[in-house]
Design a protein around this ligand. Structure first.
Ligand SMILES: *Cc1c(COP(=O)(O)O)cnc(C)c1O
Length: 377
């Protein structure tokens, strides 16, 4: 952990960034300036190369990218609200709060949709999805979350993607908390729209999100957006036709920091190397926490390297608030739980965080247990 930061964020984002990423924000940029817009174009190209490594070598590349102001949810809303045609029907696969949020967006926008929900500790049921495709012919699009940050579950997107393709539907993927940290290819999973944001595994700062999109359905969505500012097609056309220019004010400092973060991702060895680091962090975390007497919500087979939910210990004296404060005094910030049917807290293992930090966290947790007089066995 750098000495100049007050604490290390062990959260699902915004997360701890490098000093060089933060330093990239110490300049003001003009949104009309060519140099700035060239950087936006470079970001867009780098994102396509990350998400579609094979197809990005083709000319023209079948995939493109759009950046959009706002947090991740704004970009999910922009995508759902822009690419669903008036007569389309969205199937939402949900096993957590972020899946439910997609359904909430569809409901608010008046988009015809249907939700297949399973328990938060269960992966989606492929045969149920297939039956739904066979019985509900109106379904045109399918949306799901890759890493369900609610629990830390990694959903089987490749298997779902194959099914979606087999039935000829369009696949929208919320890869918010996984893109950049888990190897993922739009081509392999058949995702026509992959959504993520600046402040998660790419390790940028918060302020915008982005979509890697199949050009053909994106182009076909012209005129169907239900919002002006969240019109994905219009934003894309502006960026395409004006060399990286955004419609409306862009978060210039955050954009500049994001380019630095992409360069640092490449320097680290790309997504594979980052995945290795996050996996080492997460494995180490669970080893330490289990040794201290904590239990995870999910079995190992469903667990992502991004964030882990731990069950509250059975000691009736345990409360999240004092535990959080005791860790924060030791310079670690953890996250409250979000699971509906179990008392949990969460610890993220993404960001500029290393296995040695996790070792120090384990010391802090054991000190906190002692300070709070908790008995974990
Ligand atoms: C972080 C996250 C989002 C977006 O959340 P915002 O708070 O709007 O940035 C969406 N989906 C998932 C799975 C996430 O982890």
């Amino acid at each position: 952990m750098d000495d100049d930061i007050p604490y290390l964020l062990l959260t699902p984002g915004p997360l701890t960034t490098t000093r060089s990423v933060r330093a990239a924000m110490l300049q003001d940029y003009c949104t009309w300036d060519d140099e700035y817009n060239q950087r936006v174009s470079e970001i867009r190209n780098r994102l396509v190369r990350l998400a579609a490594p094979v197809a990005s070598a083709q000319d023209p590349c079948p995939y493109t990218s759009v950046l959009m102001q706002g947090s991740g949810t704004f970009v999910v809303e922009a995508t759902i609200g822009s690419v669903l045609p008036a007569r389309g029907k969205l199937l939402v696969l949900s096993n957590g709060a972020y899946g439910r949020r997609i359904a909430q967006i569809a409901a608010r926008l008046g988009i015809n949709h249907r939700v297949l929900e399973v328990a938060e500790i269960c992966p989606p049921d492929l045969s149920q999805i297939e039956r739904t495709f066979q019985t509900d012919r109106k379904i045109s699009h399918v949306a799901m979350v890759h890493c369900e940050t609610t629990t830390g579950m990694l959903n089987p997107v490749a298997a779902v993607g194959r099914l979606v393709k087999q039935y000829g539907k369009m696949f929208l993927l919320d890869a918010m908390s996984s893109f950049g940290g888990i190897p993922l290819s739009c081509e392999e999973i058949g995702a026509s729209f992959l959504i993520s944001s600046a402040n998660k595994c790419i390790q940028g700062t918060p302020g915008f999100g982005f979509v890697i999109a199949d050009r053909q359905p994106l182009t076909a969505s012209e005129g169907s957006a239900r919002s002006l500012s969240l019109d994905l097609f219009d934003q894309w056309r502006e960026m395409e036709e004006h060399g990286g220019k955004w419609r409306y004010t862009s978060p210039t400092h955050v954009v500049r920091a994001f380019l630095q973060a992409l360069i640092e991702l490449e320097e680290e060895g790309g997504v594979d190397a980052r995945y290795q680091r996050y996996t080492s962090n997460q494995t180490r975390l669970v080893e330490h926490m289990e040794a201290l007497g904590f239990k995870t919500l999910l079995p190992r087979s469903l667990q992502s390297p991004i964030i882990t939910s731990f069950l509250f210990p059975t000691d009736a004296g345990f409360a999240f608030g004092p535990f959080y404060e005791a860790l924060k005094r030791r310079r670690f910030v953890i996250y409250p739980g979000k699971a509906s049917r179990a008392d949990t807290f969460r610890i993220g293992t993404i960001g500029n965080v290393f296995p040695s930090d996790i070792d120090h966290l384990a010391t802090a947790v054991s000190e906190a247990i002692e300070e709070l007089n908790l008995s974990l066995r």
